[in-house]
Design a protein around this ligand. Sequence first.
Ligand code: AHR
Length: 490
Amino acid sequence: MDRITLNPGRSAGVINRNIYGHFSEHLGRCIYGGIYVGEGSPIPNVNGMRADVVDALRAIQIPVLRWPGGCFADEYHWQDGIGPKADRRRMVNTNWGHVVEDNSFGTHEFMELCRQLGCAPYINANVGSGTVREMAEWVEYLNSPGDSTVVRRRWANGQKEPWGVRYWGVGNESWGCGGNMRPEYYADEYLRYQTFCRDYPGSKLYRIACGPGGGGDSWLRWTEVLMERAGRNMDALTLHHYSLTGPDWEHKGRALTFDKGEYYELLEHAAWMDNLIQRHGAIMDRFDPQRRVGLIVDEWGTWHQVEDGTNPGFLYQQNAMRDALVAAITLNIFNRHCDRVVMANLAQTVNVLQSVVLTDGDRMLLTPTWHVFDLYKAHQGAKQVDCFVETDRIGEGERRVDRISASASEKDGVLTLTVANCAMDEAAEVQVSLPRCGQANGRILTAPAHAFNDFDNSPVRAVAFDGVRAADGGLRLELPPCSVAAITIS
Ligand code: AHR
């Protein structure tokens, strides 16, 4: 039997609600069709935003949304996306499928989306093909309460008050699609860019530097150089980590067809997140022992082969129960590292990679991953509670993961334990020890690893969990194979 010991007296701190954030890029059908359909669309919308998608994201209490990329960010010029739509510049989205980008979704539309979602905007600015002035003026356009030519353009476009956008990313993957820079060069560029991004009255910026994309020596060096040269001038450093199967990026595994080895391979890859946070966190600690600088995992999730018959540049993939396990494992890791991880953004919100929502014309479905975010939402802003897990390593061949993944938090006197049984086809019995045990209720998401929701039928959904009972001064959980549960104890 596996054991979980909860110790409410010990905590790593508050779980920043931004850990439950999302990422939306001008990529495939994420923005266009997935989020934004335009005011004239027959699909029900509010100011052009799909009402069904906004409702689905509000239901999981989306706290923050990153935009406009990704790789797209370093080719995006914000002035192209403001003013009358008919006059907006057209471009070809060379990163993603070479489709025409008509810039009908720009700064004002993104701010309207965030207003409808009730979430914070996180804007990733262009360093790769942009200029310092361009970024500085974007900040001014959004945040300045003054009277300047830039601000007057905002007024002319219908927005009198500044929006006060706090989160600003300076370049994306500047070691790759964002400019193929060396860490020394990027650190200098970062310092120059952030210098001219001003704090306007009432809008103190939270400056986010581009961090590593892995855990090997060159990635550790990236973190070291950035922290040493620019650590004092940043509020956070990013980390990107995608989970995939297969020998290399060109031969990735698929979302819905996989064998047991690939099941465990994907979960093992996801669990590697813990290692990445520890490795990069240790370097950050050397330069920043007070942990003033946050770690932002602003791209994470599963990356499978695109679905047959879809544009390879659109990165459209289905989402199975196996992906839900990836989300559960990863969010448990972020919760446990809440003393360093201050934000995370699942890639990507709608119709791209590990989405929480998929759309097809006017139809929409909630993926198994959406249900994990729903089960975990009580952790947002709660005090993390020490959660000690004694479990076995399980898997297939060399591919191994902990059978049980868990994290816990406390808010308003209610303890929330989220726990996943990662075994593909074996149930698990878990003894939960805790100092006091009151009323316990649970919800569970469980289905065969290959199960998924489609537009006609959504069999994967959370239901009441009847496998919780009081035992030995704590709780006993009967977790079906491949399951994710949330238990609240009041
Ligand atoms: O999320 C898809 C892409 O993955 C992003 O544009 C890029 O930042 C990363 O490589």
